[in-house]
Design a protein around this ligand. Structure first.
Ligand SMILES: [Zn+2]
Length: 171
């Protein structure tokens, strides 16, 4: 059974608090569970984004194999869904963490598997523009930081959070 919207927002807030608190392995495991849940209900954008968050926290927790596994799942969806902004942003964040943690094999694997596609996506991302309106700093539903490329625009002034589905008005 899919998580009701409120408990999904609670779960996301809990996971993001664990991550802020430095409990990266625990946060990563929770994001992985949320990604599995999103796949079950076929919410592909949410699955992609939660796989990406799991990969970032697994890398921070120095678990490169789990990080790579979730990175592959995230990239597959980002590429399939042509999320031109998300793929390069995620790639650079994950590379930076892997590099800082000296996870050399993860750095190499990411470059080997994804860099060619990322070059194409970075060029596409420059062509894509988002409405000039302002989103709230954080999603009122799940509390995650909102960026124009992380939401589904319903109109120029309304957007839906990719994580919890909350619809918000931009100003
Ligand atoms: Zn949300």
């Amino acid at each position: 059974m899919p998580l009701p919207k409120q408990s999904l927002a609670d779960a996301l807030r809990h996971t993001s608090a664990l991550s802020k608190d430095g409990q990266f392995a625990a946060a990563a495991a929770e994001y992985a569970a949320l990604a599995a849940e999103a796949e079950k209900v076929r919410n592909r954008r949410r699955a992609a984004n939660t796989h990406a968050l799991a990969a970032l926290d697994f890398a921070t927790a120095r678990e490169p194999n789990a990080a790579m596994q979730h990175a592959r799942a995230a990239f597959k969806e980002f590429f399939d869904l042509r999320l031109y902004q998300r793929a390069p942003t995620f790639y650079l964040s994950l590379l930076r963490i892997a590099d800082e943690r000296k996870l050399i094999r993860l750095v190499d694997a990411l470059r080997t598997e994804f860099s060619a596609q990322i070059v194409i996506y970075t060029a596409e991302a420059r062509k894509e523009s988002f409405p000039e309106t302002k989103l709230p700093a954080t999603c009122p539903g799940c509390g995650l930081a909102m960026r124009p490329e992380l939401v589904d625009w319903i109109s120029d002034a309304r957007a839906e959070c990719d994580f919890c589905g909350t619809v918000m008005d931009a100003q």
